[in-house]
Ligand binder design. Structure first.
Ligand SMILES: [Zn+2]
Length: 169
């Protein structure tokens, strides 16, 4: 099966993903595909629902596709502590042609399993914290456009429906 990045309004992106019960060959291949697609599409984070798999798996590499030095895999990640507030510009490989300012927690602490099945707890701020919140949102069927105002959202939906069906007025 060849996986690819899917985009809104694909229903897989809109439903909560299931926890991973067992880290097996299926998950190893999924992570490999996600990592490849994340780099190919020049992203710094990707969640399994974005490649059509409704599972709680996230890949992150803040060093970017040109460096590929900091790949981290989070299985069943959960935010266990959050504080502060920060607003930054966000985009998403699954939300075509749109960026917007989104307000999120400034600092978070998460627990997750790594690919070896070990429990890890990690805390941080800045880009890492924003990226993890964005990706964990994906696991809960939420997109960054669920954080913007109703008016902005309506304008985006209108633009998108024209792109998807150029015949529509
Ligand atoms: Zn995204």
């Amino acid at each position: 099966m060849t996986r690819k990045v899917i985009s809104y309004p694909n229903p897989v992106l809109l439903r909560p993903a299931k926890p991973v019960e067992q880290i097996d060959e299926f998950i190893y291949v999924l992570v490999k595909d996600m990592t490849r697609l994340m780099y190919e599409n020049r992203g710094i984070g990707l969640a399994a629902p974005q490649v059509g798999e409704s599972l709680r798996v996230v890949t992150v590499d803040l060093s970017g596709p040109d460096n590929q030095e900091e790949l981290t895999v989070y299985i069943n990640p959960e935010i266990i502590h959050a504080e502060g507030e920060v607003t930054t510009e966000e985009g998403c490989l699954s939300v075509i042609g749109y960026q917007s300012r989104v307000t999120r927690f400034e600092k978070i602490k998460i627990s997750a399993k790594n690919l070896e099945g070990q429990e890890v707890v990690q805390e941080g701020e800045g880009l890492w914290a924003i990226c993890l919140q964005h990706e964990i949102d994906h696991l809960n069927g939420r997109l960054f456009i669920d954080h913007i105002s109703r008016l902005k959202r309506a304008l985006y939906e209108k633009k998108l429906s024209k792109w998807l069906d150029p015949k529509k007025e």
